[in-house]
Design a protein around this ligand. Structure first.
Ligand SMILES: Nc1nc2c(ncn2[C@@H]2O[C@H](COP(=O)(O)OP(=O)(O)OP(=O)(O)O)[C@@H](O)[C@H]2O)c(=O)[nH]1
Ligand SMILES: [Mg+2]
Length: 628
């Protein structure tokens, strides 16, 4: 690495003294406007765990095989890991070429060709090189540059996702975290959330390859100086993300490929799950087998070496995962790499995976992984959207959770809408069937409310929302109600009522309401209190209350404080008081004069004057009322 880049990636004291790499090291190389960032990983089998944390973000691999030793067990393990992580391109360097004769180099070349046959490295450049003499170095460099031009460019759009591989503190600076930026772009002064803790940190400064930069882009090695967190509270395995875009996952549905040299994998086995820079323990539930292992049926007890199956992982700590992510499984003990897999759903619904229905679902999720056939992808997204019910899937989650590339969000959303399978409400994609079902539930609920409250105007809107929409966004509820109104099925103001709803009075209620109107009409400005009316009419409080509310809504009575008046009497009063004012001279009246004029006691005068104030017929000034 030093011969190639001039940088010695071994930075630990122990690495220097023992002459081996233990943990990740970093170097870089600039050639024209191509910048290559290297993550140097340890070769020793004891440190594969560290190697995995470094391998997760890479776009291409430089596979190093010492010509004097040829392919070692750890070479195979590293190669398997790169293959299972979906690394798509690379270069092979046969180092220490100065120590062997040309025939040996050719032999190692043959062994290498056999190893990589049929893989992403088939046909890759294989370059003999010597760090001591410098022979072959420029060929390696050229092969790497050519590889860089072939590598897939990561999108700087979408949410920030930075798996952290190192955290340290610098005196006077505070906490610094480093990692390979998987997606998005980070800028100085931005706030990021650290998962799984959920803690917010602020980016105070950024460096890319040792140079301060205002922004860092997906694919780059990044060192971020962050505030809001102590170095002891953050480290390898944590992920810094755009706040609000990722949900942490504990249960994960995936497809798994067991390596041919691995032992059989038991249902329920405890494994080490490596993704990003994190290593998590978890248990594996085997679902139906695929391919040659399809004969295993829905609920196999074990997966044979080389087998492929759907699995559900139950992790012991939360992970930050997107559909389509590649991961590696290692055995709990000894910690050998046994399998690789891809995430099919990072937040699957409850319910097992060992049924025929689950199999169908998982098959569709697999067929529609991002980058596959668009129709299959739409079907898979349709499943994920439907499973969210009225809660929907946000456009942001379409990227961060469902793995749709940020560039194709608009296209995918349009296709799904055009198919009629979903509706877009604000920034939520909601399943059309779930919406239809909830519309019927609104109708049923309102109808039931009318049945038990025949005199009421309807179900208070907020109550309906709370009862039906615990997990849905208010905007979705509003859209549901709006559509029902448009369809002419619902009336919605503060209350929801069926369009067909008419207040129907029982004979008893009709009798009471007519009697109430007669009593109030007779009483004018001196109505009896409701309790007295009740006594006079001999009815119960609930019935009278319902009748009064209905009459008030129909404006056939008017409530003033605790009293109920005949609207005609109030209208006459208003006109009379307003008429006191003649010309433009101010006119005032006090409580006493008011009482006398209308022949009423204080009990009626006070609420009536307050009523007139509210109606802007009068205005209170001290003890007086000014007629307006
Ligand atoms: N003669 C010769 N020696 C080399 C060459 N490359 C590396 N070495 C020696 O081999 C030893 C190991 O080299 P490293 O570069 O540390 O190997 P590595 O692959 O990084 O090893 P780990 O990271 O510990 O797995 C050192 O003593 C190097 O000096 C080479 O091309 N020729
Ligand atoms: Mg090394």
């Amino acid at each position: 690495m030093r011969a190639l880049t001039g940088i010695d990636p071994d930075r630990l004291k122990e690495e220097k003294s023992r002459g081996i790499t233990i943990d990740l090291g970093f170097a870089h190389l600039t050639e024209g406007d191509t910048r290559l960032a290297f993550v140097d990983v340890p070769g020793h089998e004891r440190f594969v765990k560290n190697m995995l944390a470094g391998a997760s973000g890479i776009d291409g691999v430089l596979l190093v095989i010492a010509a004097d030793e040829s392919i070692m067990p750890q070479t195979r393990e590293h190669f398997d890991i790169c293959r299972l992580l979906g690394v798509s391109t690379g270069v092979v360097a046969l180092t220490k070429a100065d120590l062997v004769d040309p025939e040996t180099v050719e032999l190692v070349r043959l062994e290498t060709a056999e190893l990589v046959s049929g893989s992403f490295l088939e046909g890759a450049a294989v370059v003999p090189v010597s760090a001591r003499t410098g022979d072959g170095l420029s060929e390696v460099r050229n092969a790497l540059l050519e590889m860089a031009h072939r590598a897939v460019i990561r999108s700087p759009r979408g949410a920030v996702r930075l798996p952290i591989d190192r955290a340290f503190s610098i005196k006077g600076f505070g906490t610094v975290v480093t990692g390979t930026l998987v997606s998005g772009r980070v800028a100085v002064d931005e706030t990021l959330a650290v998962l799984p803790s959920g803690r917010d940190v602020k980016v105070r400064g950024l460096q890319v390859h040792g140079v301060a930069e205002p922004v860092a882009m997906a694919g780059q090695r990044v060192a971020a100086n962050v505030s809001g967190v102590d170095v002891s509270e953050i480290g390898r395995g944590d992920t810094a993300v755009t706040p609000g875009c990722f949900e942490t996952a504990w249960r994960v549905d995936a497809v798994l490929d067991l390596l041919p040299q691995a032992r059989r994998l038991r249902h329920g086995a405890r494994v080490r799950f490596h993704q990003g820079t994190s290593e998590l323990l978890g248990r594996i539930a085997l679902g139906p087998g695929l391919g040659e292992t399809a004969s295993l049926g829905e609920a196999p007890e074990e997966l044979p070496p080389g087998g492929r199956a759907f699995v559900r992982l139950r992790l012991e700590r939360a992970a930050v995962l997107t559909r389509g992510d590649c991961f590696i499984l290692r055995a709990y003990s000894p910690p050998l790499t046994i399998a690789g897999g891809r995430v099919l759903d990072p937040l699957p619904p409850r319910g097992g995976i060992r049924t025929a229905t689950a199999r169908l679902r998982l098959e569709q999720l697999l067929d529609g992984l991002p980058g596959e056939d668009p129709l299959a992808q739409d079907r898979a997204l349709g499943i994920m959207v439907a499973e969210r019910g009225v809660a929907g899937l946000s456009l942001a989650a379409l990227v961060s959770r469902a793995g749709v590339s940020p560039e194709s969000v608009a296209q995918v959303t349009d296709r799904l809408r055009a198919s009629g399978a979903v509706r877009l409400i604000g920034d939520l994609i909601v399943d059309a069937v779930a919406l239809a079902a909830i519309r019927e539930r609104v109708i049923t609920m309102v109808a039931a409310f009318h049945a038990s409250n025949p005199l009421s105007e309807g179900l208070p809107r907020e109550e309906a929302r709370e009862r039906l929409f615990r997990q849905g966004a208010p905007a979705v509820f509003d859209a549901v109600v709006e559509q029902l109104v448009e369809e002419g099925r619902l009336l919605a103001r503060g209350h929801l009522a069926l369009a067909s709803h008419q207040v129907t009075l029982s004979p008893e209620e009709t009798r009471i309401s007519l009697a109430v109107l007669a009593v109030l009409g007779e009483a004018g400005l001196r109505p009896p209190a409701p309790a007295a009316i009740r006594e006079q009419l001999g009815c119960n409080a609930a019935v009278l209350d319902r009748v009064l509310r209905l009459l008030a809504r129909q404006q056939r009575v008017v409530r003033v404080g605790a009293l109920v008046f005949d609207p005609l009497a109030l209208e006459t009063l208003r006109r009379d008081v307003a008429g006191l004012k003649t010309g433009s001279d101010p006119m005032t009246i006090d409580v006493g004069a008011f009482k006398d004029r209308f022949g009423i006691s204080r009990k009626f005068a006070i609420p009536l004057l307050e009523y007139l104030d509210r109606e802007r017929v009068t205005r209170r000034v001290g003890q007086q009322r000014v007629v307006l």
